[in-house]
Design a protein around this ligand. Structure first.
Ligand SMILES: [Zn+2]
Length: 503
């Protein structure tokens, strides 16, 4: 029952936003398990990732290598300056317009798209991230978990059931996903006991140090909180969710400002964007990409929005990027290419623009040009999922064994890096099929299902594989290891299945 409890704690903590468990002997709620059933950091990490899988399947993650890489780079740049760089962290983005961010034990820091779109500078995004990192490094709210968890367990299980039901129902209906988010928000509100005023002040105080040491503007903490307060007033009775879990008051803003003023900070020389050969890594690229990926692909509104903005600021390359990307989403290939080419002339070394160009080439029948472009990009930036995934995808469309083997060679290092990227497993599975490696193909498809949170499905696939008479010793050992890893989780989901819908 150790794993059952660990899973439940994983779910609880993931949603409730308290800090990592470090083996302190606080009392866990009695779920019929023994007292030693405390999650190890490894278990927390594993269950955190599996829970991410459920959210992925419910469509709540972007799984966009460019967005993910940006958020991870920002997060690790801060972690490197935090007072506990030894702790495990995982930064991820949630595809939802809620204005919030949270930190959960195991170092899982989730940032909602609504937060990314609301902030005005990278420093402000770094400020909220540094604040969440501090909640982890300072071990906040263990007592909050202890006192709140008993009464929240039924709600939490209802929530889990809803998520699992939402993620396992075919097509993940928008309503089910919305219900899962709503109950998650309700749970977070209920758990706001986790954040005492003292915790908030401490996270601000530690966070601003980290922020400054990582080279960001320490003034971004108070500017962010002031903006929040303003947004909150405009919202009237329903303030942004982050204020429910992170209470805000004027003294807190004033203290953040005083603290920032005490830190020597020289703002960097303003960059002349027009002169940049590469726009990669720029906050605005990240923000505009997220804005486009948040919109539905059939929506013309965004294209109009970018055209209007560009009328006022024709030289803003970030607006240009947003326009090009939103045009590709509507499959307006020639218009998209025109905008992309113009941007590439001014900023020829920009990876995100080169990728856009390769995508357009690949989708308009110029396959060899696209493949050559991907190859050149790979030579310049080895091992980047943002390049290798679309490169492999295009090779796989060739439908021949040689191209498929090439795709396997591209993807193999990525999946071997212990990635939980379900889409990469699906891709490499297809490539293995085409190159005639049936067992590897079946294993990859099963892992793709598991990382998508479809544990039952993954289990059935591994069991089918296990019954094959032609497995060699190593293949059989791999399959059996996966089955014993999944079994407790699947049994627990089956046992709780009857509670679906209570959230
Ligand atoms: Zn906080």
């Amino acid at each position: 029952m150790r794993i059952l409890t660990a899973f439940i704690i994983g779910v609880l903590v993931w949603l409730a936003a308290p800090p990592p468990l470090q083996g302190q002997g606080f009392n866990l709620p009695d779920l019929g398990s023994s007292a030693e059933a405390l999650a190890t950091p490894q278990e927390l990490r594993r269950y955190g990732r599996q829970l991410l899988g459920s959210f992925r399947d419910a469509g709540l993650l972007f799984d966009d290598p460019l967005l993910d890489e940006y958020m991870e780079d920002l997060g690790y740049r801060l972690v490197a300056q935090a007072n506990r760089p030894d702790l495990h962290f995982k930064f991820f983005l949630i595809r939802d317009r809620t204005i919030n961010a949270f930190a959960a034990p195991g170092g899982f820091i989730g940032t909602f798209a609504g937060m990314v779109l609301m902030v005005e500078t990278e420093d402000e995004l770094a400020a909220v991230t540094g604040h969440e990192i501090a909640h982890i490094t300072q071990n906040h709210s263990l007592r909050g978990v202890e006192s709140a968890s008993r009464m929240s367990i039924p709600i939490m299980l209802g929530m889990l059931a809803t998520i699992v039901a939402a993620s396992q129902s075919s097509g993940s209906s928008g309503d089910a996903v919305q219900a899962a988010i709503t109950s998650g928000m309700g749970l977070m509100q209920q758990m706001q006991i986790n954040y005492t005023r003292a915790n908030e002040y401490e996270a601000d105080r530690i966070g601003v140090q980290t922020l400054a040491q990582a080279g960001f503007d320490p003034g971004a903490v108070s500017s962010l909180w002031s903006r929040m307060a303003r947004v909150s007033r405009n919202y009237g009775l329903s303030p942004p969710e982050i204020l429910r879990t992170h209470p805000l008051e004027t003294t807190r803003i004033a203290e953040a400002k005083a603290r920032a003023d005490a830190i020597a900070y020289t703002p960097p020389e303003p960059v002349d964007v027009a002169s940049l050969k590469s726009l990669d890594g720029q906050f605005r690229i990240f923000q505009e990409r997220m804005r486009v990926l948040m919109a539905s692909s059939s929506d013309q509104t965004l294209v109009n929005h970018y055209r209007q903005e560009l009328d006022a600021k024709p030289d803003d390359p970030f607006l240009g990027y947003g326009l090009a990307l939103s045009l590709t989403r509507r499959q307006s290939w020639s218009q998209a290419e025109e905008v992309t080419d113009r941007l590439l002339q001014a900023h020829p070394e920009t990876l995100v623009l080169q990728l856009l160009k390769a995508d357009i080439e690949g989708r308009t029948g110029r396959t060899s040009a696209a493949l050559a472009r991907y190859q050149a990009l790979q030579d310049r930036h080895p091992d980047r999922a943002a390049i290798l995934a679309p490169y492999a995808e295009l090779l796989i469309q060739h439908n021949d064994a040689d191209s498929a083997r090439h795709a396997v060679r591209l993807l193999r290092p990525l999946v071997d890096r212990d990635t939980d990227h379900a889409r990469l497993y699906a891709l490499i599975g297809r490539a293995y099929e085409l190159s005639g490696e049936a067992v590897r193909a079946a294993e990859s498809h099963a892992l793709s299902a598991a990382w998508n949170g479809r544990f039952e499905d993954a289990m059935r696939q591994f069991e089918r594989l296990q019954r094959r008479p032609d497995l060699d010793y190593y293949q059989r050992a791999r399959v059996e290891a996966r089955i014993s890893e999944l079994m407790p989780l699947v049994l627990e989901i089956r046992r709780r299945g009857g509670q679906a819908g209570t959230g």
